[in-house]
Every structure is written in structure tokens, then in C-alpha cells.
Design a protein around this ligand. Structure first.
Ligand code: SAM
Ligand code: SF4
Length: 341
């Protein structure tokens, strides 16, 4: 087992969570994430192969990373996804074996959930913005709601839990489904998390006025549910609430709901996340404008110590906050699909 210096940034935040984007490709085209056409794909030769990915992850886990979240683009599009999960789950560091989880649109999970669970995947977050097939086509530009729902079912059957569902609300498009989506999640024993839309779309169409805020989401839910804040958030992006039927304060909770208010209630002060892009660039924030190239040194034979030094260099430049609300905020060059959410 390796013992390398822990990942503490200049603001005292210890980093334990590594998000790895496995590909920038996707089988959907969600309007808030990717344009319909003309996506500038990462050159194939720059994508990290399985051994390269594992080599970087091993160094990170040795330095104290204890949670690895696979994302993309759509991580299930990687043909070697089961091998990737198995390789990552077998790593070991000061905190023991990392917990490996995945954020996915669920398409493909119907086939893969069992094998992924066996390979060591602990749990999944599945994105679900609507329960209506016609609206799914409008939002994701593909007719795949049935595949997503089948994937959700399969992940429950495979024990990939606790299951979380991610929803981005968009005004006038799916806000009228906020209550139905939460009811659906509670019905299958999942935790729904409403994510505020962030300025990370490839088309640069985000506007502050257009996004649905956490306050609005809470008002929408208040028509049917009573939300009671849960303490002990730690470094988690989601504020979590117990959910009861409206007007029944003494009832048993029906479950929980999360709200990720990255724009209106930033939670940077407790951030413990680093991000590795599919082409081997380390980012210390979703909104970072700089990256540290790990791919080129790795391919030139850098030692574990040299790679660790590069990770620390990246961390040393981490800002205290994402700056979305600053007047001089600049949207990062990479869209969400190429960073990894
Ligand atoms: N394809 C997978 C999926 O959709 O779950 C994984 C990658 S996706 C980039 C990860 C998460 O980011 C999804 O839950 C998606 O809804 C969210 N997301 C994408 N673009 C976003 C944006 N502009 N603002 C907020 N969340 C966004
Ligand atoms: Fe694909 Fe996920 Fe982006 Fe939708 S949010 S386009 S599923 S990467």
C-alpha cells in the first residue's frame, strides 16, 4: 500500500473525491449539456487507455482519494467499462479500497448492471429529467426514455444503491414535473437530487434568468411535500431534506430529496473534488480555466512521485470558489460533457 502526501489545497480542504470522465461521447444530446451537432470531439489518440487510467488513479488513491466517480459524456459507452470498474475497485490506499460509483444516463445499464456490480461498482446516479417520452425527446433529442427507465430498474435489481436520480429543471419545459419526479423517486426508494443548471453547456446558452433556482424548486415541491432539512452535509454538494406529505408534520418520512444549488448557494468552502478528463487533464474545479496535463508525462514514463507532484501542483492553484457569481466570470472552454459532471 502506498503512503504519499495527502491532497490538501491552500485553503485547507482535503481532497478525497476523484471524478473521472471516461469519454466525451454520448448517446443523448441534452440541451443543457451538448449541442445537437458540431461537437468538437477529443482526438482519439489523446483518450486514456485502461492501463493509463489505472496508473493515474493508483497514484491518486495512494495520495488519499477514497471515492472515485465515473462520468462522461456517457461512461457506459466505454467498451472496457467492466474492466475499468474492476481495476479501480481493486486499488488500495491509506483509506483502504476506494468506493467506485458512476453517474450515467442509464442507457445500457439494463445489460450491464449485474456485471458492473460484480466488478465492484458500489452505486449509480442516473439522470432523469422527465417521465414523459415526448418530453424526453425534446430534452435529450433522442427517443430513449424506456432505456433509461429499464436501466434504473436493473440497477435496483443489481443492488447498485442507494440509487440517486439527478434532475435538471428548466423553466417552462419540465418544472411542472418536479412533484411527479420526486413521487416517482420516492416510490422506487431512490433519492432524487435537483441540480441547478450551470453555465457549462457547449452552446453557451445558459442565462441566470433562465435557470430554475433552488428556492423555486423548493416552492414547486411545497405544493405536495413538506421538506425538513437534514444536518451533517459535510463535503456533499446536495443539501438533503426529509420528505413528508404536505400538512403531515408528524408522519414518517417518505424518503429524502437533495438540492444541488451550485449557482445560488455555492458550497465551494467544503469542496473535496478533483476531476480527470478523458484525455488525461487534471482539473481542480468544474469551472477551472486551467488544467494540468498528466497524459503527456505519463506517456513519457513519469514516476509515481512525479505524477503526485503534478497533482499537488494542480491543487496548489485551486481557488476558494468557482466565481460564477463574479462579474468577470468566464465559462470554461470545455463543456460539461468533456469535463465530466
Ligand atoms: N451522461 C451521464 C449523465 O447524464 O448522467 C454523465 C455525465 S453528465 C455531464 C453528469 C450530470 O451533469 C448529469 O446529471 C447531468 O444532468 C448534469 N449536467 C449536464 N450539464 C449540466 C449543466 N449545464 N448544469 C447542471 N447539470 C448539468
Ligand atoms: Fe449526455 Fe449526460 Fe450530457 Fe445528457 S447530460 S448529453 S446524457 S453527457
Amino acid at each position: 500500500m502506498r503512503r504519499l502526501p495527502l491532497l490538501v489545497d491552500p485553503h485547507g480542504r482535503e481532497h478525497r473525491d476523484l471524478r473521472i470522465s471516461l469519454t466525451d461521447h454520448c448517446n443523448l444530446r441534452c440541451t443543457y449539456c451538448m449541442p445537437e451537432q458540431g461537437v468538437p470531439w477529443l482526438p482519439k489518440a489523446t483518450l486514456l487507455a485502461l492501463p493509463e487510467l489505472l496508473a493515474i488513479a493508483e497514484v491518486a488513491v495512494g495520495a488519499g482519494i477514497s471515492e472515485i466517480r465515473l462520468t462522461g459524456g456517457e461512461p457506459l459507452l466505454r467498451r472496457d467499462i467492466v474492466e475499468i470498474v474492476a481495476g479501480l475497485a481493486a486499488l488500495s490506499g491509506p483509506a483502504g479500497r476506494p468506493e467506485v460509483s458512476m453517474t450515467t444516463n442509464g442507457i445500457g445499464l439494463a445489460k450491464l448492471a449485474g456485471a458492473l456490480a460484480e466488478a465492484g461498482l458500489a452505486r449509480v446516479n442516473v439522470s432523469l429529467d422527465t417521465l414523459r417520452p415526448d418530453r424526453f425527446v425534446q430534452l435529450a433529442r433522442r427517443d430513449r426514455l424506456a432505456d433509461t427507465l429499464a436501466g434504473i430498474e436493473a440497477s435496483l435489481a443489481a443492488g447498485l444503491g442507494p440509487l440517486k436520480l439527478n434532475t435538471v429543471l428548466m423553466r417552462g419545459i419540465n418544472t411542472d414535473e418536479a412533484v411527479d419526479l420526486l413521487r416517482h423517486a420516492l416510490g422506487i426508494g431512490a433519492e432524487l437530487r435537483f441540480i441547478e443548471q450551470m453555465p457549462l453547456d457547449a452552446g453557451h446558452t445558459w442565462t441566470r434568468e433562465g435557470m430554475v433556482t433552488a428556492d423555486e424548486t423548493q416552492s414547486l415541491l411545497a405544493s405536495a411535500f413538506d421538506l425538513r432539512a437534514l444536518p451533517g452535509r459535510g463535503a456533499a454538494p446536495a443539501e438533503r431534506f426529509e420528505v413528508r406529505p404536505v400538512g403531515s408534520p408528524d408522519a414518517e418520512p417518505l424518503g429524502t430529496v437533495g438540492i444541488i444549488a451550485s449557482v445560488t448557494r455555492p458550497f465551494c468552502g467544503n469542496c473535496d473534488r478533483l476531476r480527470l478528463t478523458a484525455d488525461g487533464q487534471l482539473r481542480n474545479c468544474l469551472f477551472a480555466t486551467g488544467e494540468t496535463d498528466l497524459r503527456t508525462p505519463l506517456r513519457s514514463g513519469a514516476s509515481d512521485e512525479e505524477l503526485t507532484a503534478l497533482i499537488h501542483e494542480n491543487l496548489a492553484a485551486k481557488l476558494p470558489g468557482h466565481g460564477i457569481n463574479d462579474p468577470d466570470f468566464l465559462q470554461p472552454r470545455r463543456p460539461m460533457s468533456a469535463i465530466g459532471g
